[in-house]
Design a protein around this ligand. Sequence first.
Ligand SMILES: NC(=O)c1ccc[n+]([C@@H]2O[C@H](COP(=O)([O-])OP(=O)(O)OC[C@H]3O[C@@H](n4cnc5c(N)ncnc54)[C@H](O)[C@@H]3O)[C@@H](O)[C@H]2O)c1
Ligand SMILES: CC(C)[C@H](C(=O)O)[C@@H](O)C(=O)O
Ligand SMILES: [Mg+2]
Length: 359
Amino acid sequence: MTHKVLLLPGDGIGPEIAAQAARLLKACQDAGLDIEVEEALVGGAAYDAHGDPLPAETLDKAKAASAILLGAVGGPKWDKIEDLAKRPEKGLLGLRKNLGLFGNLRPAMLYPQLASASSLKPELVAGLDIMIVRELTGGIYFGHPRGIEERNGERVGFNTYVYSESEIERIGRVAFEMAQKRGKKLCSVDKANVLEVTILWREVMERLAPEYPDVELSHMYVDNAAMQLVRAPKQFDVVVTGNMFGDILSDAAAMLTGSIGMLPSASLNESGQGMYEPCHGSAPDIAGQNMANPLAMMLSVAMMLRYSLGENAMAERIEAAVGSVLDDGLRTADIASEGMQTIGTDAMGDAVLAAFAKQ
Ligand SMILES: NC(=O)c1ccc[n+]([C@@H]2O[C@H](COP(=O)([O-])OP(=O)(O)OC[C@H]3O[C@@H](n4cnc5c(N)ncnc54)[C@H](O)[C@@H]3O)[C@@H](O)[C@H]2O)c1
Ligand SMILES: CC(C)[C@H](C(=O)O)[C@@H](O)C(=O)O
Ligand SMILES: [Mg+2]
């Protein structure tokens, strides 16, 4: 069966790293992968062309695709748009919500070659392999009521942090199953000392635990979890948490691996359809300078092959190609240690493709 892959480059460095992903997809096709690749607009680019960060045409194409690859959206050019619904980021959130992509997997895995690029001492991160399972279609990002309104003579801004039991259970099961396949440890991160919604979160996780007797469940408050991540990150195997805590903790975890430019992600729905994207944003500070690290995007292609297309061998081939490029000492600026020569986005893409061809 031919799989349809939708490529959404987006904004800022999005198109630069998406170009490297497109070359990698072509190499996979040449190696026998049966896919059809189409491109569409999302985010600021879509707003500029159609006045809408998620045009109906893009959403229709996304719904029809087996998998979606997204670069990044947003940037200062669109930050002045007063109507939040028209901001680039809402295009991304709209895709997640409309496709029901509730299960966000963010693996923070250290390539040993990058130990000296980590923000922690090498001995604290050697062998680091954490999977953050972030709930992606609920929580404070999508809660009602929300808005800015006049109260007692001043404006008040508010969002609502809401989770239903079924939403918690659904992401809990993804996390328990993930822990079963990995190190059998699951840490659920909440703020149950303060927020009722996360008291319910904790209760549901506890209720599920007896169904997964081989998994050791623990709980941690999010403030402590942030501290523990940078103190002793190897204590974690799988971490499950809500939308906003997961957003923040995954950026922090990224630095343990050397750079946010190394962190891919998968966002899955109940039917196995997925959207794959680096965890980072559009990096306006380096956009257009051929400086962005394309590896998170290229590793997102590997996650797509593994989670949506069932092509594990080819996924491993990409991951091995990345490893061999790092073995050769090739580094974009974000992952270079002092004194190392750096290469640009295109050259890093060339190197991964050459290594992929040799695998
Ligand atoms: N998934 C997404 O599309 C996504 C994710 C996060 C932020 N954003 C958006 O991106 C814009 C910029 O946000 P931000 O600056 O807070 O976060 P960011 O992730 O874009 O950048 C943070 C820092 O990391 C660096 N960086 C990020 N990706 C890199 C890469 N591949 N290689 C090298 N360096 C990299 C940037 O140069 C910057 O210094 C905002 O509009 C934000 O809403 C989008
Ligand atoms: C751009 C933004 C909506 C997004 C999020 O907050 O989920 C991003 O930070 C991410 O981590 O994917
Ligand atoms: Mg984020």
